[in-house]
Design a protein around this ligand. Structure first.
Ligand SMILES: NC(=O)c1ccc[n+]([C@@H]2O[C@H](COP(=O)([O-])OP(=O)(O)OC[C@H]3O[C@@H](n4cnc5c(N)ncnc54)[C@H](OP(=O)(O)O)[C@@H]3O)[C@@H](O)[C@H]2O)c1
Length: 294
């Protein structure tokens, strides 16, 4: 079902990304998995090859909270490949304490949003070319139901402030950013045959939250044990959006449990989408050639 399709997955070394990688490998896709730790990424790549009997799996390394490393990742990709059928932006995390990325950005925003925004832009010409040659290409952004907590909007003027930082607030905003970005990009990609969709994978028992401070990590693990679904279940919607013929040409939607559903009202606000877009362009310093051109 996916043979002849090249898929790049970030955060493929654990949780939902790894489970999605395995499923797509079993379907015959050619995979490029992105990890931040070379040893772990190589181990996971070998595991995926063994468990899927698909040896068409490559790996690339980047810390996706760093603008320079995302740029290097895109360069490494372009040095080896000239087409891409599916980009699955999935790597993400929540942070107990206010931290800054190497670029001086609040870490949740840097990893969960700037990463998706910049990597997508840097791979966009390849995705567009693939869509021209093969009829379609797909971008999938793993967001979260936690975006509902950011119903008041991005409040970009305070996004980098240490004062008033809260892990769940910052996480909710970063996941709202995934959806605002998806809706704006879908509009800008009209007529290109490149689709872009966002999704909530469900509440899934993964490594998510295990990096939090002592009590929060213990609490998260306990709640996951009691209520969360399996990683395989978490992979269902991303794999559906990456592979199903039913969603060919469907774009600019938010998905939960393989169904297009409504996201928070604020996510449909064109002004909010545009403000985030402009702010992100500023943060990433994309050149005129790299920006989405209409
Ligand atoms: N689990 C849930 O209930 C849930 C619900 C809604 C949405 N989500 C979303 O699902 C996505 C995947 O999360 P998960 O639940 O599968 O969590 P996870 O098990 O912690 O996996 C996160 C993945 O992201 C990678 N990653 C983290 N920081 C990175 C960095 N700086 N550079 C490069 N890669 C990095 C991790 O790499 P390592 O293997 O090296 O740690 C790992 O592969 C996230 O976007 C999350 O927001 C999860």
């Amino acid at each position: 079902m996916m043979s002849g399709k090249r898929v790049l997955i970030t955060g493929a070394t654990n949780g939902i990304g790894k489970a999605s990688a395995l499923e797509l490998a079993k379907m015959g896709a050619e995979l490029i998995i992105v990890g931040r730790n070379p040893q772990k990424t190589e181990r996971v790549m070998n595991e995926l090859k063994f468990e899927s009997s698909n040896h068409n799996i490559d790996m690339l390394i980047a810390d996706l909270s760093s603008i320079a490393e995302i740029r290097k990742l895109a360069d490494d990709f372009h040095a080896k490949y000239d087409s891409l059928d599916v980009l699955l932006n999935n790597a993400g995390a929540i942070f107990s304490d206010y931290t800054q990325s190497v670029d001086g950005l609040e870490m949740t925003f840097a990893l969960n949003h700037v990463n998706y925004f910049l990597l997508t832009h840097l791979l966009l010409n390849t995705l567009k070319q693939t869509a021209q040659d093969k009829g379609e290409a797909r971008i999938i952004n793993v967001s979260s139901g936690a975006h509902q907590a950011a119903g008041g909007g991005m409040k970009l003027d305070t996004i980098n402030d240490e004062d008033g930082y809260g892990s769940f607030g910052a996480y909710g905003k970063s996941k709202l950013a995934n959806i605002l970005f998806t809706y704006e990009l879908a509009r800008q990609l009209e007529g290109t045959n490149v689709s872009v969709n966002a999704l909530h994978p469900g509440f899934i028992a993964t490594g998510f939250g295990h990096n939090m401070n002592g009590l929060m990590a213990t609490l998260t693990k306990g709640i996951q044990k009691l209520f969360a679904k399996s990683e395989d279940q978490g992979a269902q919607t991303p794999v559906y959006l990456a592979s199903s013929p039913d969603v060919k040409g469907v774009t600019g939607k938010y998905w939960d449990n393989k169904k297009a559903v409504k996201s928070n009202t604020i996510s449909y606000d064109r002004d909010e989408q545009q403000k985030l877009w402009d702010y992100s362009l500023d943060m990433t310093g994309l050149t005129a050639n790299e920006k989405v051109t209409l």
